[in-house]
Design a protein around this ligand. Structure first.
Ligand SMILES: [Zn+2]
Length: 324
Protein backbone atom coordinates (compact mmCIF):
# COMPACT_ATOMS: atom_id res chain seq x y z
CA UNK A 1 0.00 0.00 0.00
CA UNK A 2 1.27 3.43 -0.89
CA UNK A 3 0.05 6.48 1.00
CA UNK A 4 -2.11 8.43 -1.51
CA UNK A 5 -0.33 11.58 -0.36
CA UNK A 6 2.90 10.30 -1.91
CA UNK A 7 1.49 9.08 -5.18
CA UNK A 8 2.38 12.00 -7.41
CA UNK A 9 4.43 12.05 -10.55
CA UNK A 10 8.17 12.67 -10.43
CA UNK A 11 9.48 14.88 -13.23
CA UNK A 12 13.06 15.16 -11.92
CA UNK A 13 15.96 12.90 -12.88
CA UNK A 14 17.11 10.40 -10.25
CA UNK A 15 20.88 10.88 -10.40
CA UNK A 16 21.83 9.47 -7.01
CA UNK A 17 22.13 5.77 -6.40
CA UNK A 18 20.75 4.71 -3.04
CA UNK A 19 23.52 2.55 -1.52
CA UNK A 20 22.96 -1.02 -0.41
CA UNK A 21 22.94 -0.80 3.39
CA UNK A 22 22.12 -4.43 4.16
CA UNK A 23 25.56 -4.98 5.71
CA UNK A 24 24.79 -2.29 8.32
CA UNK A 25 21.71 -4.08 9.67
CA UNK A 26 23.61 -6.10 12.28
CA UNK A 27 24.83 -3.57 14.79
CA UNK A 28 26.48 -3.23 18.17
CA UNK A 29 23.76 -1.11 19.78
CA UNK A 30 20.86 -3.55 19.93
CA UNK A 31 19.08 -1.40 17.32
CA UNK A 32 19.30 -2.59 13.71
CA UNK A 33 21.09 -0.14 11.38
CA UNK A 34 22.37 2.01 14.28
CA UNK A 35 26.08 1.66 15.13
CA UNK A 36 28.22 3.23 17.81
CA UNK A 37 32.01 3.68 17.58
CA UNK A 38 33.26 4.27 21.10
CA UNK A 39 36.72 5.68 21.78
CA UNK A 40 36.47 4.51 25.36
CA UNK A 41 37.58 7.99 26.40
CA UNK A 42 35.60 10.85 27.83
CA UNK A 43 33.94 13.13 25.27
CA UNK A 44 30.67 13.95 23.59
CA UNK A 45 28.36 11.45 21.92
CA UNK A 46 27.78 12.52 18.31
CA UNK A 47 25.03 11.06 16.15
CA UNK A 48 24.72 11.34 12.36
CA UNK A 49 21.26 10.42 11.11
CA UNK A 50 20.22 9.50 7.57
CA UNK A 51 16.99 8.55 5.80
CA UNK A 52 14.51 9.90 8.31
CA UNK A 53 12.69 10.19 4.98
CA UNK A 54 13.09 7.03 2.92
CA UNK A 55 13.45 8.83 -0.41
CA UNK A 56 16.44 11.00 0.57
CA UNK A 57 19.50 8.91 -0.35
CA UNK A 58 22.19 11.60 0.09
CA UNK A 59 22.34 10.95 3.85
CA UNK A 60 22.72 7.20 3.29
CA UNK A 61 25.57 7.94 0.87
CA UNK A 62 27.30 10.11 3.49
CA UNK A 63 26.97 7.40 6.17
CA UNK A 64 28.14 4.69 3.76
CA UNK A 65 31.19 6.86 3.00
CA UNK A 66 31.85 7.32 6.72
CA UNK A 67 31.50 3.60 7.51
CA UNK A 68 33.99 2.76 4.77
CA UNK A 69 36.51 5.24 6.17
CA UNK A 70 36.63 3.06 9.31
CA UNK A 71 37.86 5.90 11.50
CA UNK A 72 37.35 5.51 15.21
CA UNK A 73 36.92 8.62 17.34
CA UNK A 74 39.87 9.76 19.48
CA UNK A 75 37.49 10.70 22.27
CA UNK A 76 33.77 10.41 22.93
CA UNK A 77 31.50 8.34 20.71
CA UNK A 78 30.25 8.48 17.16
CA UNK A 79 26.93 6.86 16.27
CA UNK A 80 25.64 6.41 12.73
CA UNK A 81 21.99 5.58 12.15
CA UNK A 82 19.69 4.85 9.25
CA UNK A 83 16.27 5.84 10.53
CA UNK A 84 13.25 5.01 8.34
CA UNK A 85 14.56 1.66 7.16
CA UNK A 86 11.28 0.20 5.92
CA UNK A 87 10.71 3.18 3.63
CA UNK A 88 14.33 3.40 2.47
CA UNK A 89 14.56 -0.31 1.59
CA UNK A 90 11.52 0.11 -0.66
CA UNK A 91 13.11 3.05 -2.55
CA UNK A 92 12.34 2.74 -6.25
CA UNK A 93 14.01 5.20 -8.65
CA UNK A 94 11.14 4.78 -11.11
CA UNK A 95 8.73 6.10 -8.47
CA UNK A 96 10.89 7.85 -5.91
CA UNK A 97 8.24 10.00 -4.19
CA UNK A 98 6.42 6.97 -2.85
CA UNK A 99 9.00 5.92 -0.29
CA UNK A 100 9.17 9.10 1.76
CA UNK A 101 7.37 7.15 4.46
CA UNK A 102 5.37 3.96 4.86
CA UNK A 103 2.45 5.18 7.01
CA UNK A 104 3.30 8.67 8.18
CA UNK A 105 6.09 11.22 8.45
CA UNK A 106 8.82 9.93 10.81
CA UNK A 107 9.88 13.52 11.43
CA UNK A 108 6.62 14.69 13.04
CA UNK A 109 6.58 12.25 15.98
CA UNK A 110 9.03 13.88 18.38
CA UNK A 111 6.82 16.17 20.45
CA UNK A 112 6.48 15.61 24.21
CA UNK A 113 4.72 12.33 24.95
CA UNK A 114 3.97 11.32 21.34
CA UNK A 115 6.25 8.29 21.33
CA UNK A 116 5.08 7.24 24.82
CA UNK A 117 1.43 7.23 23.77
CA UNK A 118 0.51 3.54 23.64
CA UNK A 119 -3.01 4.39 22.46
CA UNK A 120 -1.60 5.90 19.31
CA UNK A 121 -1.78 4.03 15.99
CA UNK A 122 1.20 1.67 15.78
CA UNK A 123 2.52 2.80 12.43
CA UNK A 124 5.78 1.64 10.88
CA UNK A 125 7.31 5.04 11.68
CA UNK A 126 5.99 5.14 15.26
CA UNK A 127 7.50 1.73 15.99
CA UNK A 128 10.88 2.58 14.44
CA UNK A 129 10.99 5.96 16.18
CA UNK A 130 10.33 4.23 19.51
CA UNK A 131 13.25 1.90 18.78
CA UNK A 132 15.74 4.70 18.13
CA UNK A 133 14.41 7.14 20.75
CA UNK A 134 16.61 5.92 23.66
CA UNK A 135 19.84 6.59 21.76
CA UNK A 136 18.60 9.91 20.33
CA UNK A 137 17.77 10.95 23.90
CA UNK A 138 21.31 10.06 24.98
CA UNK A 139 23.38 11.88 22.34
CA UNK A 140 24.94 15.31 22.81
CA UNK A 141 25.13 16.42 19.17
CA UNK A 142 22.82 15.33 16.37
CA UNK A 143 23.18 16.01 12.66
CA UNK A 144 20.10 14.94 10.71
CA UNK A 145 20.70 14.79 6.94
CA UNK A 146 17.83 15.58 4.60
CA UNK A 147 17.07 16.82 1.10
CA UNK A 148 14.24 18.72 -0.59
CA UNK A 149 11.45 18.07 -3.08
CA UNK A 150 12.43 20.82 -5.48
CA UNK A 151 15.80 21.95 -6.82
CA UNK A 152 16.95 24.53 -4.30
CA UNK A 153 20.23 25.70 -2.81
CA UNK A 154 21.21 23.79 0.37
CA UNK A 155 19.81 25.10 3.66
CA UNK A 156 20.74 24.61 7.31
CA UNK A 157 17.80 24.34 9.72
CA UNK A 158 18.98 25.56 13.11
CA UNK A 159 15.77 25.36 15.18
CA UNK A 160 14.43 28.18 17.37
CA UNK A 161 17.20 28.48 19.93
CA UNK A 162 20.31 30.66 19.81
CA UNK A 163 22.43 27.56 20.48
CA UNK A 164 21.33 26.05 17.14
CA UNK A 165 22.42 29.20 15.35
CA UNK A 166 25.75 29.20 17.21
CA UNK A 167 26.31 25.56 16.24
CA UNK A 168 25.56 26.30 12.58
CA UNK A 169 28.11 29.14 12.69
CA UNK A 170 30.84 27.00 14.19
CA UNK A 171 30.17 24.06 11.84
CA UNK A 172 30.74 26.66 9.13
CA UNK A 173 28.84 25.42 6.08
CA UNK A 174 28.50 28.53 3.93
CA UNK A 175 24.83 27.95 3.21
CA UNK A 176 21.78 29.99 4.27
CA UNK A 177 20.85 29.11 7.83
CA UNK A 178 17.22 29.18 8.91
CA UNK A 179 15.96 29.84 12.43
CA UNK A 180 12.72 27.90 12.50
CA UNK A 181 10.27 26.01 14.68
CA UNK A 182 9.42 23.24 12.23
CA UNK A 183 5.84 22.21 11.47
CA UNK A 184 2.47 22.56 13.21
CA UNK A 185 1.76 18.94 12.28
CA UNK A 186 4.31 17.64 14.78
CA UNK A 187 7.81 18.06 16.17
CA UNK A 188 10.94 17.05 14.26
CA UNK A 189 13.66 14.80 15.66
CA UNK A 190 16.10 17.74 15.58
CA UNK A 191 13.84 19.57 18.08
CA UNK A 192 13.35 16.57 20.39
CA UNK A 193 13.78 16.89 24.17
CA UNK A 194 16.96 18.65 25.27
CA UNK A 195 17.77 19.85 21.75
CA UNK A 196 15.04 22.46 22.27
CA UNK A 197 16.03 23.30 25.84
CA UNK A 198 18.07 26.53 25.72
CA UNK A 199 19.89 25.71 28.96
CA UNK A 200 21.01 22.24 27.85
CA UNK A 201 24.35 21.79 26.08
CA UNK A 202 22.78 19.20 23.78
CA UNK A 203 22.42 20.55 20.27
CA UNK A 204 21.23 19.56 16.82
CA UNK A 205 21.18 20.64 13.20
CA UNK A 206 19.18 19.51 10.22
CA UNK A 207 20.75 20.02 6.81
CA UNK A 208 18.76 20.11 3.58
CA UNK A 209 21.40 19.19 1.03
CA UNK A 210 19.57 20.06 -2.21
CA UNK A 211 17.00 18.23 -4.32
CA UNK A 212 16.44 14.61 -3.21
CA UNK A 213 17.99 12.91 -6.22
CA UNK A 214 20.32 15.56 -7.49
CA UNK A 215 24.02 14.61 -7.69
CA UNK A 216 25.04 17.87 -5.99
CA UNK A 217 23.29 16.91 -2.75
CA UNK A 218 25.83 14.11 -2.21
CA UNK A 219 28.97 16.26 -1.68
CA UNK A 220 26.95 18.66 0.50
CA UNK A 221 25.85 15.74 2.72
CA UNK A 222 29.44 14.50 3.05
CA UNK A 223 30.98 17.92 3.63
CA UNK A 224 28.38 18.83 6.27
CA UNK A 225 29.00 15.51 8.02
CA UNK A 226 32.76 16.10 8.09
CA UNK A 227 32.47 19.68 9.33
CA UNK A 228 29.88 18.71 11.94
CA UNK A 229 32.03 15.90 13.33
CA UNK A 230 35.22 17.98 13.20
CA UNK A 231 33.46 20.72 15.17
CA UNK A 232 32.71 18.32 18.06
CA UNK A 233 36.40 17.51 18.45
CA UNK A 234 35.91 13.73 18.69
CA UNK A 235 38.12 12.96 15.69
CA UNK A 236 41.78 13.67 15.01
CA UNK A 237 42.81 16.91 13.29
CA UNK A 238 43.23 15.21 9.93
CA UNK A 239 39.68 13.86 9.82
CA UNK A 240 38.02 14.49 6.44
CA UNK A 241 40.57 17.12 5.37
CA UNK A 242 41.07 15.35 2.05
CA UNK A 243 37.46 16.15 1.24
CA UNK A 244 37.36 19.80 2.28
CA UNK A 245 38.42 22.73 0.08
CA UNK A 246 42.04 23.74 0.71
CA UNK A 247 41.11 27.30 1.60
CA UNK A 248 37.83 28.22 3.17
CA UNK A 249 35.87 30.85 1.28
CA UNK A 250 35.34 33.84 3.55
CA UNK A 251 31.77 34.59 2.47
CA UNK A 252 29.35 35.29 5.30
CA UNK A 253 26.56 32.89 6.21
CA UNK A 254 23.13 34.37 5.47
CA UNK A 255 20.70 34.02 8.40
CA UNK A 256 16.93 34.01 8.04
CA UNK A 257 14.10 33.52 10.50
CA UNK A 258 10.83 31.75 9.80
CA UNK A 259 8.14 34.22 10.85
CA UNK A 260 5.11 32.43 9.49
CA UNK A 261 4.16 28.83 8.70
CA UNK A 262 1.45 28.28 6.10
CA UNK A 263 -0.44 25.14 7.11
CA UNK A 264 -3.05 23.93 4.63
CA UNK A 265 -6.66 24.38 5.81
CA UNK A 266 -8.76 23.27 2.84
CA UNK A 267 -8.50 20.87 -0.08
CA UNK A 268 -8.58 23.86 -2.43
CA UNK A 269 -5.11 25.10 -1.59
CA UNK A 270 -3.01 26.15 -4.55
CA UNK A 271 0.17 28.13 -5.15
CA UNK A 272 0.13 31.21 -7.37
CA UNK A 273 3.25 29.94 -9.17
CA UNK A 274 5.36 26.83 -9.22
CA UNK A 275 7.68 28.12 -6.48
CA UNK A 276 10.99 26.29 -6.27
CA UNK A 277 12.17 27.26 -2.79
CA UNK A 278 14.19 30.23 -1.59
CA UNK A 279 12.20 32.46 -3.97
CA UNK A 280 12.27 36.03 -2.62
CA UNK A 281 8.97 37.95 -2.76
CA UNK A 282 8.15 41.56 -1.91
CA UNK A 283 5.60 42.31 0.80
CA UNK A 284 2.07 41.86 -0.56
CA UNK A 285 2.98 39.58 -3.47
CA UNK A 286 0.57 36.67 -3.75
CA UNK A 287 2.00 33.31 -2.69
CA UNK A 288 -1.15 31.25 -3.11
CA UNK A 289 -4.75 30.65 -2.14
CA UNK A 290 -6.40 28.43 0.46
CA UNK A 291 -9.95 28.33 -0.88
CA UNK A 292 -11.19 31.96 -0.40
CA UNK A 293 -8.15 33.07 1.56
CA UNK A 294 -5.42 34.91 -0.34
CA UNK A 295 -1.95 34.26 1.08
CA UNK A 296 0.40 37.19 0.64
CA UNK A 297 4.06 37.70 1.42
CA UNK A 298 4.08 39.26 4.92
CA UNK A 299 7.66 40.60 5.09
CA UNK A 300 9.53 43.23 3.02
CA UNK A 301 11.72 40.41 1.82
CA UNK A 302 9.81 37.15 2.15
CA UNK A 303 11.79 34.00 1.38
CA UNK A 304 9.81 30.84 0.62
CA UNK A 305 11.27 27.93 2.55
CA UNK A 306 10.57 24.57 0.95
CA UNK A 307 7.21 24.99 -0.82
CA UNK A 308 5.65 21.52 -0.81
CA UNK A 309 4.14 19.46 -3.56
CA UNK A 310 2.05 17.55 -1.02
CA UNK A 311 -0.84 19.98 -0.68
CA UNK A 312 -3.00 18.14 1.84
CA UNK A 313 -5.03 19.53 4.74
CA UNK A 314 -2.91 19.75 7.90
CA UNK A 315 0.41 19.65 6.04
CA UNK A 316 2.82 22.56 5.78
CA UNK A 317 2.50 24.24 2.39
CA UNK A 318 5.49 26.54 2.86
CA UNK A 319 7.36 28.42 5.57
CA UNK A 320 8.01 32.15 5.22
CA UNK A 321 11.27 33.65 6.37
CA UNK A 322 12.92 37.07 6.50
CA UNK A 323 16.61 38.02 6.77
CA UNK A 324 17.97 38.71 10.26
ZN1 LIG B 1 13.62 15.00 4.76
Amino acid sequence: MVDKMLDYKNELPVELIAPDISSYKKSNTGIDYVHTFDSGKHGPHVFISAVVHGNEPCGAIALDWLFKKEEIPKRGKLSLGFMNIEAYLAFDPSNPNRTRWVDEDFNRLWGPGVLDDKERKQTSEYLRAREVKPIIAEVDFLLDIHSMQKPCIPLMMAGMEQKGLDLAKSVGMKIPTIIDSGHKEGMRMRDFGEFSNPSSIKNALLVECGQHWEKSSEPIAIETTIRFIRNTGIMGNEFGLEYLPKSDNDSKIQFLKVGKIITIKTKNFKFEKNWQGFDCLKKGEIIGYDDEEVIEAPFDQTFLIMPSKRLFVGKTAVRLAYPV
